[in-house]
Design a protein. Sequence first.
Lengths: 734, 223
Amino acid sequence: MSLDTVASAQTSPDTKQPFAELGLKPDEYARIKEILNRRPTSSELAMYSVMWSEHCSYKSSKVHLKQFGEKAPHSDALLVGIGENAGVVDVGQGYAVTFKIESHNHPSFIEPYQGAATGVGGIVRDILTMGARPIAVMDPLRFGPADAPDTKRVLPGIVAGIGGYGNCLGLPNIGGEITFDQTYLGNPLVNALCVGVMRHDQIKLAKASGAGNLVVLFGAKTGGDGIGGVSVLASETFGASGPAKRPSVQVGDPFVEKVLIECSLEIFAEDLVVGIQDLGGAGLSCATSELASGGSGGMQVQLDKVPLRDPSLSPEEILMSESQERMCAIVEPKHIARFLEICAKWDVTVDVIGEVTDGDSLIITWHGEVIVDVPPRTVAHEGPVYNRPFAQPDYINIVNAQNIDVPLPKTAAEIKAAMLTIASTPNLADKSWVTSQYDKYVQGNTILAQPEDAGMVRVDETTQLGVAISTDANANWSYLNPYEGAKLALAEAARNIAVAGAKPLAVTNCLNFGSPEDPGVMWQFAETVRGLADGCLEMGLPVTGGNVSFYNQTGDVAILPTPVIGVLGVIQDVRTRTPMGIPAAGLDLYLLGETKNDLAGSEWAFLHNQRGGNSPIADLQREMKLIDFLLANNSIFKSAHDLSQGGLAATLIEATLKNNIGATITLTDAGIELLSETPSRVLIAIDPQDAAKITYPATKIGTTGGTSLTINDAEISLAELRTAHTETFPKLFG
Amino acid sequence: MRIGVVTFPGTLDDRDAARAVKYAGAEAVSLWHGDADLKGVDAVILPGGFSYGDYLRCGAISSFAPVMTEIIAQANKGMPVLGICNGFQVLCEAHLLPGALTRNHELHFLCRDQTLKIENTTSAWTTNFTKGQEIVIPLKNGEGSFQCDDETLKALEDSNRIIARYVGENPNGSRNLIAGITNERGNVVGLMPHPEHAIDSLTGPTTDGLPFFTSVLSALVGK
């Protein structure tokens, strides 16, 4: 087949085009024709199809996500808000921190190692693109039942992929979560978070301005990986002689990315770029249209100048390729020689592929013939917007009407059995089998890492300024009440930051849901966004960006609504951080906050196959009081540990096992006090003489010391507790 | 005292190694893989990482870097050289040390705080330890299993060239629990665990790694 140029598109208006196979609806195709005043060329069709996909355009979520802007609290900390590659927050002393979380769920199910690896690679490039040095990563994960055969396939692969890529980049992995539930069996969730740091004046944006400036592509060569739906076009173009089917999962090369990071940071340090964009989803289509759209609009690209790994690629495939480890920069002609020199130093492939023009069209040529001539905003920012129908699903009233009826431990034997169950159940068991595959030490600035409540890294070695990050989600609560579930996840993430001794500053999110075409799922999503926006406004924490992942659904079974909320905090002196583990004998243990009968959505209810009831109602005023108390009195806490999944039982297990220091606990209603998951609670250890300094509602529940965890009459040796806690993962996956 | 820290493409722990040198009281000098110029340093550290992405074999490509030609020449004249993790792999590939590092026996990357027993306190990098001293420093690698033939192993054991051994369960399948070795002269040391990550208890499990870096200063002063 011959090249489909703009000229030929004008003379052959009736050519049949495979828009449906590319995922475009008939009205979307009609809209493209209307924009262009002709049929699109096959290259233009390819660009619109990927850029107007749910993943790139947020067409189903946009109408809801705008609440994050409308309800945004006033914040002096926000330097760059939603819409750029990642939000940027002022953490003081001239430092800016950027952080973001993204999903790579579907690729990780198909090909766990590469799917997870390129998820890490993509989020790291988003952070690098802002001008920042990436300083840490985190990975919240969700899987089907721990003993399911497919979990044994995907979990080890995903963990190895995250480690294989992140370790090779030299980024400490400082936290994350692993939770198992039946609904994730065909839809595991792989969310990847990265945080980076820069000076205020180093912030870079995705914009192509200044006619005559050069468009430079650098990093890996472009290959045929990650092309996905565009293979429909490819096969049309090539007929029977071309490559048959392209793999749609990308393949990562962390070594190339590591070199690209160092090369880019050297380029940034010399201030050689006007704008920059990484190539991720939708590849060059996305990078060129977003850069042009972010600038004055005009750009000319000679597509035949793109360095290729596979010379048989068609122009459509080059535009769509999601080959990893590539960046696109806008460089003033006077800086290009130095730019090329730095790339040569790092052995990074680089080519000038075009220039910024003073027009308003993105024009792409292939050996001199124009194959794309589009207004870039229509590709990048003015895609379709859907107001999809949503309605409260029938299950809500049914499950909310159910009463939780689970046996609660009373006798010493029952308490001991319950503690060992909580210690060993996959959701709460020790995750060292996973986290020991991640490098947490590299860069030498890790202050806290998993299993601590928050990850913490030092930003400045002289002043000891640091940042803390926590990601949290409680899908069980979101299932019962998505509005409250979102607020509760936000509250928990913020609390985890404060427990470690840092002040919460800003929020990112990764919203994982089923199909938006199901009104019930869409309602869960709408309620989640409403809850998160209301919660952020109430707590004064701006949302800096995020990611939506829809279609996590197999047949009629959608995943539990899983909004993963990430909170970033700042700590002036990392030496004042509070660890979770009890550090010494002879301390008093206090439980901050009030315990109610909150078993709905709890781990204990889950263990008894009960999914009903009502989630707690988030009390963010109380949460903020608790956070204020934690921050004001940080110096008296010898340790502090959040209560969340598994309640006080799980918290006591983790706090005692960390440093192998036991505790003696006295409870009046042990069953409910151990297993209820009432939010806004923290376990602290203090010197007995500091008791009077506790000015927050608190209960003294025991003292530290010994080699056992004793609860009323139930004595459990730490050795036995440790065996139960640590043997689960090696038995399942080792 | 000036200690060079080499950066290959894919090196990760170069800044950590430089920090450890400074903590020990010396000046860290950055050396670039492509320059056969040691800038007059008194000793050299090859830090950890995944140089050249571990392509071919770990350390294989780096061992041919221009900077290595000069390091090999100086090492053979007695200059102290410490290879940590990937640096150890480079030293083996460059034949400054015998043996090879292969995939961990459980086939996973492993990052944990590891107890070691110091066996040799006469090398350029270990004089500030006491023989038999137990230390805890991070271990983190995917290919850390030390292997060599029986004859080499006997020679290493008989000539007190085992720098340190793992205590407890073998973390990676290394022969005779070997965590590090030295050459006959005692100036070149290869170590799988990471002393540069154990110089400050704020960011590492202990400060047990620091004596590796202070030892070399003592060795250089005494020269």
